[in-house]
Design a binder for this molecule. Structure first.
Ligand SMILES: C[S@@+](CC[C@H](N)C(=O)[O-])C[C@H]1O[C@@H](n2cnc3c(N)ncnc32)[C@H](O)[C@@H]1O
Length: 249
């Protein structure tokens, strides 16, 4: 059973997903372009969320290509108008992946949240055609330790403490025999009230229970949310790690 901890039913989920897209799409599109995605490619987007990357892929692969966009909650994908798009309500943990030898499989900000991430990685690699590309992009919590605020570090640790998987992606890819492996990591310093701060404030608000269970008080939660809206507060949070590779052709 999937262990995704964020409630899809939360009314703010759409806002969080579109904020994530506005922050992450430029880098993702750059990496996908570097891999050469183009006309005729068969692509799989796992955990497609609000669908901006699925839409972009549909435009790139054209009518001779195809895109399968999966998610456990397809409500934001169902309205996308593209003849070469198939939207699939699908749990990547519990269900097999569509077979077919994909030219590209991409997933962003999904596997970190799943307990069965190693099994999912294995499944994705088996769904690629020989020579097809896997691009995974996941958050890693290591930059949080560089925040200048001990309060912020203490408060954010319950969210990011398990985000240590993404840094292993290149080695995991190598262990699976992938070739042409590359990786990069990007972090940012941001201040309260900026789009990244607003994204994290929304995540914090959406997961108050996690903090309260970890021993935070309502008062400290309110202070954390205040900091994330204070333009004079600057901090690091997480890093976006991307890794790509492909099975031998
Ligand atoms: C943080 S969002 C990222 C959305 C999108 N990949 C992006 O980066 O813009 C995580 C997405 O993964 C989906 N998801 C969570 N668990 C999943 C699972 N087991 N199988 C497929 N999708 C899942 C969620 O519904 C959500 O849309």
């Amino acid at each position: 059973m999937s262990t995704y901890p964020i409630s899809n039913a939360d009314p703010d989920e759409e806002r969080r997903l579109t904020l994530l897209e506005s922050l992450s799409d430029p880098g993702t599109i750059q990496r996908l372009s570097n891999l050469g995605v183009g006309p005729g490619w068969r692509c799989l987007e796992v955990g497609a969320g609000h669908g901006s990357i699925a839409k972009w892929l549909c435009e790139k692969v054209g009518i001779t290509g195809s895109v399968v966009a999966t998610d456990i909650d397809t409500r934001f994908l169902d309205g996308i108008a593209a003849d070469n798009l198939q939207v699939l309500k699908h749990d990547v943990v519990d269900e097999p992946l569509p077979s077919g030898g994909f030219d590209l499989i991409h997933s962003r900000a999904v596997l970190t949240h799943l307990g069965a991430r190693d099994a999912v990685l294995d499944k994705m690699i088996r769904a690629l055609r020989p020579g097809g590309w896997l691009l995974l992009e996941e958050a890693d919590g290591f930059p949080l330790a560089a925040s200048g605020s001990e309060f912020f570090i203490k408060m954010m640790t319950p969210m990011v403490r398990e985000w240590t998987w993404a840094r292993k992606l290149p080695s995991l890819f190598a262990g699976h025999g992938l070739l042409d492996i590359g990786a990069d990591a990007r972090t940012r310093l941001f201040n309260g009230g900026s789009p990244p701060a607003e994204f994290w404030r929304q995540r914090v608000e959406g997961a108050r229970d996690l903090w309260l269970r970890a021993g935070a008080t309502e008062e400290s939660m309110n202070e954390l949310c205040r900091l994330l809206q204070d333009p004079s507060f600057w901090t690091f949070h997480s890093a976006d790690i991307s890794a790509w590779g492909r099975p031998p052709a």
